[in-house]
Design a protein around this ligand. Structure first.
Ligand SMILES: Cc1ncc(C[n+]2csc(CCOP(=O)(O)OP(=O)(O)O)c2C)c(N)n1
Ligand SMILES: CC(=O)[C@@H](O)[C@H](O)COP(=O)(O)O
Ligand SMILES: [Mg+2]
Length: 630
């Protein structure tokens, strides 16, 4: 079937099992073929082909509300809802988003990207439905990994309490990005190995109804038996106790099993959970056989061999530079403990864990818990390193303030994916952390310019015992510079002059240093000499250098790959205003006050005007040329 021509899931309604199986095979080949060029979350989507088809067959989107938790597994849903012809643009600039996007389709009724939000949103939709006396199904599809997110448990608690008709589809593939972790994962394991339950209960009820009511005693006894049965056979006891009717475990690749249980669920009032067993990466051997992450998310690859297409000799990933330095520190400092909220692979912490198995904790998708657990460790004299993506740190913001900074605890925040991340788009851009951390008392915020400075900053952070300190670093590979053998500490709040200049100043850090130096080189050729400063601490500012620079009364340009609102540039403006540098011309460059969608980082830099050319343009506007000065 030409999947690019599907424009509505209603075609499934008339399909029989054999036709569905054929369509599922077409879907898999389509995904494998297209993602070989574009990359994307292949493993997760290969695992939900039959489930997605079955959901769209039994239910009627968009009247029935289908929500996709995390949303990285919504590609089949997108194909079925008329977007198959856009897959060559998947996660590309101005192309198809890799997550549900309401502007793309009426079938995308809830946008995701961050995990564990679907059940809360579903509950909100259920309350609204009932207040409006509407009558449609609400179906959040949530993975076993996302279920470890605290929000999901908060929502289960509420849905069960209110007895709202929400049908939770639990997509259990025993994987988060890496193998799933936690006691809930273990409980799901026991449910997976138990037999079917709720159908047995329904069959028994059917039988009971057949028994002539002999004084009702047999029926009453059987009724007691049925309820007591629950405690021995129902695999989903955990959920039943929360007020959910549990169906499962269901074979998520068997249409008969899927359709039968979804139809049971559709007839069931109140909270329902359908526990579906799927295999991540199903149908593509390189993904199925991958022991690390089942090809959770991949770049382009060769279909036949499964060989991933990567640049031959690239500098080490920033995450590796940081985690390897941490591993080195841990050898001589027993206080060092690494914590990760389900991103052990992305944060390159596997080797740390192999060397220090009792000093690495993967807490699951639980950023709030990860942050406060780190605070707890610090109260006992340990030196926790919380490796956390900038965008996911947003989930633990209260814990940063209330538990870590307020008690001034020695927690190191390794803020990975800081800055624009590219293809994951607006839900994942790591551009808010400077802004939301800068206002927190006791916080130190830093960002290295290259891997050599990064290793010294990690060493500095491990030695720093005056409170919380953040080191932010971008997605991707480092700069490819040599690294010092011996590590030293960097004075907190100290900046570094990379290039002298007397006509103007650029204050910048991290990923925008290179473009600043390039711009200053070009301006030098035109007789305009620009000072370039590596403002490697966003907090505290280097007040003494700032005073020296401001006293020169030359224009200052701040450049940051982070939101302008309340960012580094704002702190320089505040400094100038408060220190009386009234005449100072200060201009800021950075991420504008809107969400930045997906695309390559260079394309996004171009879009928001974070470029060498724009730096030159701004400085020329701010600094009179020689002729004007003459
Ligand atoms: C708040 C948050 N933390 C971490 C992530 C990163 N992340 C994306 S998918 C994923 C694993 C999800 O596992 P699961 O829900 O089981 O879905 P599967 O990939 O197995 O289908 C993680 C940790 C995220 N998207 N949001
Ligand atoms: C869907 C999700 O949130 C993760 O899979 C994320 O896309 C990983 O990002 P990196 O590829 O930067 O590790
Ligand atoms: Mg999973």
């Amino acid at each position: 079937m030409d999947l690019s021509k599907i424009d509505n899931p209603s075609l499934l309604k008339e399909m029989n099992t054999k036709q569905l199986e054929e369509l599922a095979e077409d879907m898999r080949q389509f995904l494998i073929g297209n993602l070989a060029a574009t990359g994307g979350h292949l493993g997760a989507n290969l695992g939900v082909v039959e489930l997605t088809l079955a959901l769209h067959k039994v239910y009627t989107s968009p009247q029935d509300r289908l929500l996709w938790d995390v949303g990285h597994q919504s590609y089949i849903h997108k194909i079925l809802t008329g977007r198959g012809n856009q897959f060559s643009t998947l996660r590309k600039y101005r192309g198809l988003c890799g997550f549900p996007k309401r502007i793309e389709s009426e079938h995308d009724i809830w946008e995701t990207g961050h995990s564990s939000t679907s059940l809360s949103a579903a509950m909100g939709m259920a309350i609204a439905r009932d207040l409006k006396n509407e009558n449609h199904s609400i179906l959040p599809v949530i993975g076993d990994g996302a279920l470890t997110g605290g929000m999901a448990l908060e929502a289960l608690n509420h849905i069960g309490h209110e007895k709202k008709s929400v049908t939770v589809i639990l997509n259990d593939n025993e994987m988060s990005i890496a193998k799933n972790v936690g006691a809930l994962h273990g409980a799901l394991g026991r449910m997976r190995s138990a037999g079917k339950y709720n159908r047995a209960k329904d069959d028994l009820e059917w039988l009971l109804k057949k028994i002539p009511a002999v004084g009702g005693r047999i029926a009453q006894a059987a009724e007691r038996l049925k309820d007591s049965m629950k405690y021995f056979v129902v695999p989903g006891m955990f959920f039943e106790e929360l007020g959910f009717t549990y169906y499962g475990p269901v074979d998520g690749h068997d249409f008969e099993d899927l359709l039968e249980n979804l139809n049971y669920a559709k007839k069931t009032e109140g909270p329902v959970i359908v526990h579906v067993m799927t295999q991540k990466g199903k149908g593509y051997h390189p993904a199925e056989s991958d022991v690390k992450d089942k090809w959770h998310g991949v770049g382009p690859y060769k279909i036949e061999s499964g060989e991933k297409i990567k640049p031959s000799s690239a500098p080490p990933a920033w995450s590796s530079v940081i985690s390897e330095t941490l591993r080195r520190e841990a050898r001589t400092d027993d206080r060092v403990v690494a914590v990760t909220p389900a991103m052990i692979l992305g944060s390159k912490l596997e080797k740390f864990g192999e060397e220090f198995p009792d000093r690495l904790y993967d807490v699951g998708i639980a950023e709030q818990h990860a942050t406060t657990l780190s605070a707890g460790l610090a109260t006992q004299g340990m030196k926790p390193f919380l490796a956390i993506y900038s965008t996911f740190l947003q989930r633990g913001y209260d814990q940063v303030i209330h538990d870590v900074a307020r008690q001034n605890l020695n927690v190191i925040f390794g803020i990975d994916r800081a800055g624009l991340v590219g293809a994951d788009g607006e839900t994942h851009q790591g551009v808010f952390d400077i802004s939301f951390l800068r206002s927190v008392p006791n916080m130190v915020i830093s960002m290295p310019k290259d891997e050599n400075e990064a290793q010294h900053l990690v060493h500095t952070a491990v030695k720093y015992d005056d409170g919380p300190i953040a080191i932010r670093y971008p997605r991707g590979n480092a700069e490819g510079v040599d690294t010092d053998e011996e590590l030293h500490t960097i004075p907190i709040g100290s900046w570094e002059i990379l290039k002298d200049g007397k006509d103007g100043v650029i204050l910048t850090f991290g990923t925008t240093i290179k473009m600043a130096l390039e711009a200053s080189k070009k301006l030098e050729e035109e007789g305009i000499s620009i000072c370039v400063v590596n403002a490697r601490f966003m907090k505290p500012l280097d007040d003494s250098m700032l005073h020296d620079l401001m006293k020169k009364d030359i224009p200052v340009l701040t450049v940051e790959e982070a939101v302008l609102q309340g960012g580094f540039g704002s702190s320089v403006l505040e400094f100038a205003a408060e220190e009386g540098y009234r005449s100072q011309w200060i201009k800021r460059m950075g991420v504008p006050d809107r969400f930045i969608e997906h695309g390559s980082v260079p394309e996004l830099w171009e879009e928001i005007g974070l470029t060498e050319e724009k730096i030159i343009e701004n400085l020329k506007e701010m600094i009179p040329t020689k002729q004007q000065r003459a």
